[in-house]
Design a protein around this ligand. Structure first.
Ligand code: MRU
Length: 368
């Protein structure tokens, strides 16, 4: 997508052909800063510190983490260590495990002398595939927005509510939940987005609002608790969210607060869609509510807020009493019964075991 009118991706190979460039998302929306990753440890830190985040981008960055580890040492021990280190960075996004499996399969049976080049080739493919998949999500989801636009009065916009950031910043490019939105907007369909701020880290405020603004998509930032009210008063036509993992039965794990939006949507007959690239499907788990381990993050994310002061300094301030215990669950699971449909690169399907296995039989079979 474009930043200040120029095309940009979230991750790239630097001109040296081996080190990895990323946008440091912790500085957005106040500063556009890039970082250069040269070691496995750099990559692990970037994922842990959420310099990069979002399930598909975590997968792509993980792939380059394996490349950097093998470049330093192409042995079996080095590959194993890279997998252990990277797997421990963040637990929820299944794209991380998927990318590790893909990278191991690409290099394992090769002589050491060929491993690094094979790893870089596979990492580049993972990035290109991500862009192609997200572009396909955009085309698959477009008719959902167009159908609503066709029934609205002339001049009225289609209002889409989204949660967290499942935009191009969460992927290599294009985004997942935002893909149908960008596709519709670029086609001239009048679309407007309500972006949940998404406490505690505010990815909606700092990232979704920023990238929609950069692309010129009309949007309104709302506090997390606002969606139910808007839906009750007919101001939301559909909800589209991303996901960090979808289990075989269609349960959807996504940023904390998604489940509440699904409940509000259900109560108000607002369609609730999940945009889902196939590497985010976890056919190994039968049920999301009971089986997905949920990441618990540090108390400071809830007890503090970071922002820019009037004179341009970035400051973190405490908003809770010292000593108050804090719980910080990063994700929740929306049961499949609350999901109107899954927007996949192979079309819009039901959130069900049969529909997922029918659309992605090779992935389902591989998990058996
Ligand atoms: O904790 P994050 O920022 O990595 O959270 C992941 C997300 O961005 C969201 O849960 C998103 O909706 C799914 S990733 C396309």
């Amino acid at each position: 997508m474009k930043v200040d009118g120029k095309p940009m991706r979230t991750i790239w190979l630097e001109p040296d052909g081996w080190s990895v460039g990323i946008i440091d998302q912790t500085a957005l929306p106040h500063r556009l800063i890039t970082a250069r990753l040269t070691t496995l440890e750099d990559v692990a830190h970037a994922i842990r510190a959420m310099m990069i985040r979002g399930a598909p981008l975590i997968g792509a960055t993980t792939a380059y983490g394996v490349c950097l580890a093998l470049r330093a040492d192409p042995s079996d021990e080095s590959l194993e260590r890279a997998c252990t280190v990277l797997a421990a960075t963040r637990p929820t996004a299944i794209n991380l495990k998927w990318a590790l499996d893909e990278m191991v399969a690409a290099v394992r049976n090769r002589p050491r002398t060929e491993r690094t080049a094979a790893a870089y080739r596979r990492a580049a493919e993972i990035c290109e595939d991500d862009v192609a998949i997200n572009t396909a999500l955009g085309h698959a989801g477009l008719p959902l927005i167009e159908a609503i636009a066709a029934h609205k009065k002339p001049g009225e916009r289609v209002n889409v509510l989204t949660h967290c950031n499942a935009g191009w910043l969460a992927t290599v490019d294009v985004g997942t939940a935002t893909a149908p939105i960008y596709t519709a907007h670029d086609k001239g369909v009048a679309v407007h987005v309500f972006a949940d701020e998404t406490r505690p880290r505010n990815q909606g405020a700092s990232l979704t609002a920023w990238e929609l603004g950069q692309h010129g998509v009309p949007h309104t930032l709302i506090a997390d608790n606002t969606g139910g009210h808007l839906m009750q008063h007919g101001q939301v036509d559909l909800v589209i969210v991303g996901t960090d993992r979808v289990t075989a039965n269609g349960d959807v794990c996504n940023k904390i607060g998604t489940y509440l939006k699904a409940l509000a949507a259900h109560d108000n007959n607002v369609p609730f869609y999940v945009a889902l690239p196939s590497p985010t499907i976890d056919f190994a788990l039968a049920d999301g509510v009971s089986e997905i381990p949920i990441e618990e993050r540090g108390a400071e994310e809830v007890a503090t807020v970071t922002g820019r002061t009037a004179d341009g300094r970035i400051e973190t301030v405490r908003i809770a009493p010292n000593g108050s215990p804090v719980a910080n669950y990063g994700f929740d699971v929306t049961p499949a019964r609350l999901v109107t449909g899954l927007i996949t690169e192979r079309g819009v399907i039901a959130a069900s075991r049969a529909a997922l296995a029918g659309a992605f039989p090779e992935r389902a079979a591989a998990a058996e």
